[in-house]
Design a protein around this ligand. Sequence first.
Ligand code: DON
Length: 311
Amino acid sequence: MADAGEIASPVQELLDEVHERIGEITDGSVATYIPALGKADPKLFGLALATRDGHVYESGDTGVPFTIQSVSKPFVYALALHDRGLNAVLRKVGVEPTGEGFDAIRLEAGTGRPLNPMVNAGAIVTASMVDGDDWGQRFQRILDGLSAFAGRDLSIDHEVLASEERTGDHNRALGYLLRNAGTLDGDVDEALSVYFMACSTLVTARDLAVMAMTLSSGGVNPLTGRRVVGTDTTEHVMAVMATSGTYDFAGEWLLRSGLPAKSGVAGGLAAVLPSQLGIGVYSPPLDARGTSVRAIAACQELSSRFGLHLM
Ligand code: DON
């Protein structure tokens, strides 16, 4: 909201209007399969919009920290592409939609690759492919990389991390399948630790908007002016966000919003309008496929009100 006496811009007014309308939605439920996530307040709702010139419009709870979860996946994919190159990453992780949920137990027949880097199996592999001689260095590379995308130093939520470590057997099972297929090298627990820590990184809706804008602007952070990854990389990442960013909802998502995006089970979502906008949303109640209900509605509404649909 604009301060009293300040003249609100039309963009800010529209954002506030969308925030108010969508805030009335009470559908969905907070994720509990990672028990610590179940403590989130379902009423929280933050909506942020970052522009190429580094302006960030904010409405609602845009400064409340939450764990990034799967919204980390496009950024970790970007770092793996930057560090290893497209062909090396493609040899290990495909780019086809799964038509299945985020935790699908499915590897490509013949190659043993996960189908794409947005599902858990793919992200476990991409997290293991960033630069670093051991898991600690790889995790630091990811934390530094996510921070560069956000334009500030990010940290970890240790309670969520411990909760996911305790209950993460499904992901561990994926790790063992990946190693058995020859796709994941080395110690499975160490690879999983890097993946879990990436998911437990704390961000805000404002951070997600800036991170999305960094992708949208070809890899240059709009706040710091620092180049994080190359333009080829951001093109590849946004393409996979468009086809697989919301898993088995990706088709309808793209049809309705027209924006490449990535969801996370803590209720975060980042969406991009290439070269123009980054959108960050936080609202913990999720639909049955693990996407924030208010984030879906808000992005659809913003897309239609601002005419953002890429197609
Ligand atoms: O691995 C998991 O299950 C979580 N750390 C992340 C899953 C997630 O965010 C799925 N997205 N909607």
